[in-house]
Design a protein around this ligand. Structure first.
Ligand code: PAF
Length: 283
């Protein structure tokens, strides 16, 4: 496995291949990320993992400075999974000057849910992902793939739209969420949880599953019943000591409130102590 830190070295390393597959990450890799690598490997002829903690997608009060940076351990894990190239640029390499040009996704998909509670988040994500696509995929001669986890459901939806609207010749692949034995969605931020919080953390996914069941049971009267069901789910989690941002049922295609007959996804974000967790289930 090759570890490269510059765009020039990356492009040189990829010259021998036709069909790169990119797995963008911010490092501190867990089984969920490794599963993305496993999904990526059969797709092309070279698998590239990027590791870059992207300042642009963090608000000033968020955990950019404390986000765990574990490059050596990450590389060991990636090598064991058969990843071919790791692109781990410095901030100076990715943003040699302040990034004035940005990719701004439309508010109807980017200012709701995560984007409502993390203003500017999806502009930061789209900007770095577009740049990573340029670095890793733009010179390919054959098919190009990029692999994202479904745990960040809205993120993969926004990126799909970006790829579609910019007519990028990239196949976006979504991989189902990996979960711990108790059902907690794997996330680098789970590492912030105390022992007691870790035991409690599964309650977010349980609350979402319960809300999903209630929504399916409401079936025809869904739009009438949904506000009440969502409010109840929110209160139940708050009563356990969480600070929920949202627990909601949306239609899968654009994450707008659903109409009868829409394919549905239930999504949530909530803070447990200092740790903000997100999760979702298609129902
Ligand atoms: O999902 C993530 O880890 C990040 O948002 C991504 C896609 C690597 C962009 O920084």
């Amino acid at each position: 496995m090759k570890l490269v830190h510059t765009i020039e070295a990356l492009r040189a390393a990829l010259r021998a291949y036709d069909a790169p597959t990119l797995v963008p990450t911010m490092g501190n890799l867990h089984e969920g990320h490794l599963n993305l690598i496993r999904a990526a490997r059969p797709l092309g002829d070279v698998t590239v993992a990027s590791i870059f903690v992207n300042r642009l997608q963090f608000a000033p009060h968020e955990d950019f400075d404390t986000y765990p940076r574990t490059l050596q351990a990450d590389c060991d894990k990636l090598a064991a999974e058969g990843c071919d190239v790791v692109f781990a640029p410095s901030e100076k390499e990715m943003y040699p000057e302040p990034q004035g040009f940005k990719v701004q996704p439309p508010p109807e998909i980017a200012d709701i849910l995560e984007g409502h509670f993390r203003p500017g988040f999806f502009t930061g994500v789209c900007t770095v992902v577009m740049k990573l696509f340029q670095c890793v995929l733009s010179e390919a001669k054959g098919p190009r793939h990029a692999v994202f986890g479904q745990k960040d459901y809205q993120q993969q939806m926004v990126i799909r739209r970006m790829v579609q609207q910019f007519a990028l010749p990239i196949n976006v692949v979504s991989v189902p969420t990996q979960r711990a034995e108790d059902g907690l969605a794997l996330s680098s931020r789970n590492g912030y949880l105390s022992e007691a919080e870790r035991t409690e953390a599964v309650q977010l996914s349980l609350a979402l599953r319960a809300l999903g069941r209630d929504a399916l049971a409401a079936a025809d009267g869904l739009s009438r019943h949904l506000p009440g069901l969502e409010a109840r789910a929110l209160q139940a989690l708050a009563a356990r000591g969480w600070q929920p941002d949202y627990l909601t049922v949306r239609r899968r295609t654009d994450l707008q409130p659903p109409q009868a007959g829409d394919a549905l996804v239930v999504l949530g974000a909530a803070r447990l102590g200092k740790t903000r967790l997100i999760d979702n289930f298609e129902i």
